[in-house]
Design a protein around this ligand. Structure first.
Ligand code: TXA
Ligand code: MG
Length: 298
């Protein structure tokens, strides 16, 4: 079991063809059974080992975005185990766009099952320091790759049932997908495969997190008796008594790059509550708004 860098977040990897190795990932993450994991592969040439068929949409998205922050959900090939798919008929596959991850995959030769290298439900790691602090001696080896460039997890697109369905938003947006395929993607419905990262509570800090809209900011941000830490687009006002005030980048890519590290810093700042100013409602912020809304409490 090896933690390794990708361009999105650090993964906790093991041989995808070895059920005992995959079981160890679940044990270390304390992840309940029945959740699928993403299998990382070195290139499209390996798709047939894991997927029963490669629909045209899948081929186009792979050609356009791999290696990169995109996970494709496809019908699983014969022999692909339930421990990878959570018992579903589909498998999540991705060619990561990080030189160390690609070299690891090339040297290894097979598929590497890798969820994010954090305990279940918690904030994904974007540095080796995060992995070490959270998983400690439970991991055999951590490959150093610096801070992850993108900082939030890959876009997951289900292409197993015709019309593409975005199961988890990421840096690659619905507009990028529509431009590549010439058809719009849809939102998940009840027949869509389950994705644990799309559960209501996920990516959560330990302290309660409150999202405050920009228009209510002056009214709400300072209410209540708690000792709070803040992440806002504004500078810290004079006389502010927050335990910590982070002025967040106004560019969504930089915001995403820093997001999880900032949440960890806020979480360990000695506050009783984290208050985050809600980012704009435009498409560029969709993935960030998704993660923040799952990180918030209640
Ligand atoms: O950016 C990423 O995708 C990172 C890096 C390490 O590659 N990995 C990651 O893995 O975020 P994880 O396990 O933390 O989240 C994977 C998500 C989960 O929500 C899981 O339910 C979903 O992918 N998933 C995996 N296989 C699936 C499948 N066959 N059908 C539906 N969802 C699937
Ligand atoms: Mg995860």
């Amino acid at each position: 079991m090896v933690a390794f860098p990708t361009e999105t977040v650090y993964g906790l990897g093991a041989d995808a063809s070895n059920p005992a190795a995959v079981a160890r990932i679940y044990a270390v993450k304390r992840r309940p059974p029945g959740h699928p994991v993403i299998v990382h592969i070195g290139g499209v040439a390996q798709l047939n080992r894991w997927a029963r068929e490669i629909p045209e949409h899948a081929a186009k998205l792979a050609a356009r975005f791999w290696p990169g922050p995109l996970t494709l959900v496809l019908r699983r090939a014969v022999g692909v185990g339930d421990e990878l798919t959570g018992g579903q008929e589909t498998i999540g596959l991705r060619v990561p766009g990080h030189p160390i991850a690609l070299e690891l995959l090339r040297e290894f030769g097979g598929g590497i099952a890798a969820p994010s290298a954090n305990r279940f439900g918690r904030i994904s790691p974007t540095t080796t320091d995060h992995v070490r602090k959270e998983l400690g001696s439970d991991v055999d080896l951590i490959l150093e790759g610096g801070a992850c460039e993108i900082g939030i997890e890959s876009t997951i697109v289900d292409v197993s049932r015709g019309r593409p369905v975005v199961l988890r938003p990421g840096r690659i947006g619905e507009d990028d997908i529509a431009k590549t395929l010439g058809v719009a993607s849809t939102s998940p419905d009840s027949a869509s495969p389950r994705a644990s990262g799309s559960m209501q509570s996920h990516y959560a800090p330990r302290q309660p997190l409150r999202l405050v809209g920009s228009h209510e900011w002056d009214l709400l941000a300072r209410q209540g008796p708690t000792r709070r830490s803040v992440m806002s687009f504004r500078a810290r006002p004079a006389g502010d008594a927050s335990a910590l005030w982070i002025e967040a980048p106004s560019d969504p890519d930089r915001y995403g790059h820093d997001l999880y590290a900032n949440l960890r810093t806020l979480d360990s700042s000695g506050c009783d509550e984290i208050v985050v100013e809600e980012p704009p409602a435009s498409a560029k912020w969709t993935a960030i708004r998704d993660r923040l809304s799952r990180a918030r409490s209640g």
